[in-house]
Design a binder for this molecule. Structure first.
Ligand SMILES: Nc1ncnc2c1ncn2[C@@H]1O[C@H](COP(=O)(O)OP(=O)(O)OP(=O)(O)O)[C@@H](O)[C@H]1O
Ligand SMILES: [Mg+2]
Length: 373
């Protein structure tokens, strides 16, 4: 199966599958932690597995690493089925949330550890350490400091250095940035992106943080309740969420339930509350269908007077949260019996609204995601 995929893609290195998660299920007793998941991971790709707590992300990563064995299905690394292969034979680098560094050992001793485990020539080790320190941009004179004396961000760099010093096929990252404060987390995000670009490492990164996933990943696999919801490039995950779960989990989204009233060419009218929302229809929607529609907060226009859009409603401002570069509103639309989140980025004082203001809210049909129930 793996080699077939490779040959179909014409042997282009970028398209080669390095890790194939093939219909993998993991059960713990009656609990299904991972449910029939298939993810092909390409050579050099930055793949992010995104999902809420308990979705099965760590379990998936542990199966790739060899700490857990699939109950069903198989994982292939470089075309080899690896279920019977112990972790130390898989040539994988790992960074987990608890960095698992040895705090009393020096930076050099920490980074040398996997090289010594692999019985590499001690003469070569120093050179390898210098190279990897440069890659993660830690000053060479930090080599002899105990890791416990370093800042959080510096320890993070040591953990990355230790994971990649022996040039693994694959780097697995399980929420490696979640213990850092916001500013450092953002800095390390761009550092990881840089390291990926400079090395062509294949990275499988696990997070529950949507922004982290969107900003770093080539492709995102969204999982929920052990099952794969969508696998697509980051931009596509955002612009065309395949399921209501993906639409709701990524971005600030309001869901409304309704019934298709009429279809008129490429347009459908969905009855919501006591009103109607016009959406773009496709072949999957027919009159009488119960549907769920999703609205992105940043796609909704607000105005004191009129909004020029396919859908426009009188709305009342219920809550206002000023955030500097943008303002978050909660509005109620009585005719739809709906409460809707809106992100507004217009700094013009003419379009700043107060709680209790009665205004107009509007959005175009093309901005509405529609899902059959
Ligand atoms: N060794 C185990 N024994 C029994 N159940 C387990 C075991 N490991 C994980 N689980 C269960 O499997 C499910 C998935 O767990 P997992 O740790 O993979 O989630 P996660 O997506 O990594 O969550 P988080 O974001 O909180 O780290 C959970 O319901 C968890 O309780
Ligand atoms: Mg986890």
């Amino acid at each position: 199966m793996v080699s077939k995929q490779v040959s179909e893609s014409g042997g282009d290195k970028e398209e080669e599958t390095v890790v194939e998660i093939d219909r993998v299920t993991k059960r713990y007793g009656s609990l299904v932690a991972v449910n029939d998941v298939s993810i092909p991971i390409r050579d050099g790709e930055f793949m992010t597995i995104l999902g809420p707590s308990g979705a099965g992300k760590t379990t998936l990563l542990h199966m790739i690493a060899g700490f857990e064995r699939p109950t069903e299905g198989e994982i292939y690394i470089d075309d080899r089925p690896v279920s019977d292969e112990p972790p130390n034979e898989r040539n994988i680098g790992l960074v987990f949330q608890s960095l698992a560094l040895f705090p009393h050992m020096t930076v050099k001793e920490n980074i040398a550890f996997p090289l010594k485990m692999r019985r590499e020539d001690p003469e070569d080790i120093d050179g390898q350490i210098n190279e990897v320190l440069e890659l993660v941009q830690l000053p060479v004179d930090y080599k002899n400091k105990p890791v416990g004396d370093l800042s959080g961000g510096q320890q993070q760099r040591v953990a990355f250095a230790r994971a990649i010093v022996y040039e693994p096929t694959l780097l697995l990252l399980d929420e490696p940035l979640s213990s850092l404060d916001k500013k450092l987390r953002e800095e390390m995000r761009s550092e990881l992106t840089r390291i990926h670009a400079e090395t062509d490492l294949t990275i499988v990164h696990v997070t529950h943080n949507q922004t982290e996933a969107l900003s770093m990943a080539d492709r995102i696999a969204v999982i929920n309740g052990g099952a794969l919801e969508q696998l697509a490039p980051a931009k596509e995950i955002y612009a065309q969420p395949a399921t209501p779960f993906v639409a709701g989990f990524i971005g600030d989204t309001t869901m409304l339930d309704g019934t298709v009233n009429r279809i008129d060419g490429r347009r459908a009218a969905v009855a919501v509350g006591g009103g109607e929302v016009t959406v773009e229809s496709d072949d999957r929607v027919t009159v009488g269908d119960d549907v769920r529609i999703a609205l992105r907060a940043e796609k909704i226009a607000l105005d004191h007077d009129d909004v020029d859009a396919d859908n426009a409603y009188e709305a009342t401002v219920e809550q206002v949260a000023f955030e500097g570069d943008q303002t978050q509103y909660t509005i109620s639309v009585a005719s739809l019996d709906a409460v809707i989140d809106v992100t507004h980025q217009d700094p013009d004082p003419e379009t700043v609204f107060d709680r209790g203001d009665v205004i107009t809210a509007g959005w175009d049909a093309a901005e509405v995601f529609v899902y059959n129930q």
